[in-house]
Design a protein around this ligand. Sequence first.
Ligand SMILES: [Zn+2]
Length: 316
Amino acid sequence: MNYLIKIEEKKLNIKRVIITAVFFLAFISFIFFIIKKNITYNSISKSDANIENSTEESNNIAYEVKDNSENNEEPQNQEPLIVDIESNNNYNFTPLNSDELSRFDGIYKKSDPKRIFLTFDDGPTTQVTPFILDLLKQENIKASFFVLGSRVEANPDLVKREYDEGHFIANHGYSHKYSSIYSSNEAVFNEYNKTNDLIKNAIGNPDYNSLVFRFPGGSIGGPYDTLKKGAKQKLREQGIASVDWNALTGDAEGIKTKEALFERFCNTLNGQSSVVLLMHDAADKILTYEILPDIISYCRSNGYEFKSMYDIILRQ
Ligand SMILES: [Zn+2]
């Protein structure tokens, strides 16, 4: 009898051990799952703001493309923009007046001859910007760089090179972190000023003023739409224009081949005669440099002239 009880007890103990082990394993798996989830979340939220934000930037782009192609339908009486500024040495960086601001308002309107503004955001970076600068020099093209303050701080020599080679240094804010820059109108303005000061130091010109701002993610749409409208007005009151884009290569959309970038470029170009082309010279955008010769040669053979923001402001 005792023997049988002992066997039963033994069975019971084994059962207890198994049940405890199962619970223990389930508990460990649950803890592991929670930790893993947190790590993934943190790595997304802490990763380079550009990666997180560029998706949103791309969504806005489609909006902009649609929006701006409508502008092309409007009757035009825009002044021809014919001034090519070879040197920025004598350029005057005082705030934009109302005529100059209204020329920026009409930047997407029909143009004859056709024109294209090559614009590069989120740089400068040692991985991509020098190659783009070499190519632009070789092709004798002036572009516009919407630099990020945080990267100006890291690479002042590259900003100086952009400036010295006659490109327009425009302003893309400091952080590119939506929750910071879009926390208030003042935050947008503060990021503009902080970046402006960094550019002044980098290029060694205390009179410099970037005058042209590009909202990270674009100035229209998204959860910060209302704030951006207010900030845009505040910048305008200070003689600062904001410029979006009406064509893009999709280099911030995770496109992985030159062919796909070129196709996206052609689709968004869509026959427009005044084109602001969005590209990026962030560290992981070497494909942007690699596709640039094809874009340049396509534009040349289709009658586009290359312009920079200097040509809109028309100062000498
Ligand atoms: Zn950007």
